[in-house]
Write a protein that binds this ligand. Structure first.
Ligand code: AMP
Length: 287
């Protein structure tokens, strides 16, 4: 049985006995429009925890562009249906006014972890993500929380937040679920027209080319980036926002690729912004 709760009081009522029994609560924070990628997080949480709470909340604090927030897909009913099919106990879908009765004055700062990749292009985005996740940790008090490796910068920032603030939560990263042609599943994919959808896998192809170059011994990050980007066909509908090679923990650009790195990119396909990443290293490094 899946229960949809929309207030903190109702949530507390449901969670109180679970906390009393010291149940292992697993939290899966999402913005809804659930797809098989989210399902992978939920299924892993189900395997590892006795109770799973899925949060569905389109968090205004993490949107740097108003039109992106407005057109973000919302489909609570079918999301709850999917949660039901996956055997989720609780779906917490609060209203914006509940999460932010007033614009928050105090939040989480993320320092240099936001200086590159998406953080450099989306001012305030990761502060907004970290702040809402901290709120959810306090509201739900989960033992474990599940995040996708697709959003690699987000995952690194949440891990650091938990470490730096001693949050009593185990952060679990879940591998990216992809379509057969490699495109990472994303709620934003539904904005793609059929021809854009055909072009979209170019992002993972570029990342895999970068990975191949690195594995075969290219150590100059600029050369890796330049060569991999040659795969992007000249097309007015395709715009690479960034392709960067950083160290996976500090998220700072590397001068030489001689260890594990995170290769991450953002690609505009028409008016849809897609992100993806891979972790790789020269032959012989553990990834
Ligand atoms: P979102 O609803 O896009 O904020 O995503 C909620 C969570 O699902 C985040 O931790 C994402 O990293 C994760 N996620 C989204 N897409 C995928 C995917 N294709 N594979 C695995 N995890 C994903």
């Amino acid at each position: 049985m899946t229960t949809l709760v929309e207030t903190i009081e109702a949530l507390d009522q449901r969670l109180a006995p679970l906390h009393q029994q010291a149940s292992t609560i697993g939290l899966v924070p999402t913005m809804g429009a659930l797809h098989r990628g989210h399902a992978a997080l939920i299924e892993q949480a189900k395997r590892e925890c006795s109770e799973v709470v899925v949060n569905i909340f389109v968090n205004p604090l993490q949107f740097d562009r108003k039109e992106d927030l407005q057109r973000y897909p919302r489909m609570l009913e079918s999301d709850v249906d999917l949660c039901r099919r996956l055997g989720v106990g609780l779906v917490f879908a609060p209203a914006v006014s509940l999460m932010y009765p007033d614009p928050p004055t105090v939040g989480i700062s993320i320092g240099r972890l936001g200086n590159h990749l998406c953080g450099a292009r989306r001012p305030g985005h990761f502060e907004g993500v970290a702040t809402v996740v901290a709120k959810l940790f306090n509201i739900i008090r989960p033992r474990c929380a599940y995040f996708g490796e697709k959003d690699a910068q987000q995952l690194a920032i949440i891990r650091r937040m938990v470490m730096n603030l001693n949050a009593p939560v185990v952060v679990v990263g879940v591998p990216t679920l992809r379509a057969a042609d490699g495109l990472a599943l994303s709620s934003r994919n539904q904005h793609l027209s059929p021809s854009e959808r055909q072009q979209a896998p170019i992002l993972i192809q570029v990342l895999r080319e970068a990975e191949r170059l690195i594995r075969s011994g290219t150590t100059d990050p600029a050369l890796v980036v330049r060569t991999a980007l040659e795969l992007v066909p000249p097309d007015r509908g395709l715009k690479v926002e960034y392709l960067e090679i950083v160290d996976p923990r500090e998220l700072q650009p590397v001068e030489v690729v001689d260890d594990r790195v995170l290769v991450a990119g953002a690609l505009w396909v028409g008016s849809t912004r897609l992100i993806d990443s891979v972790i790789c290293g020269p032959a012989g490094t553990e990834v």
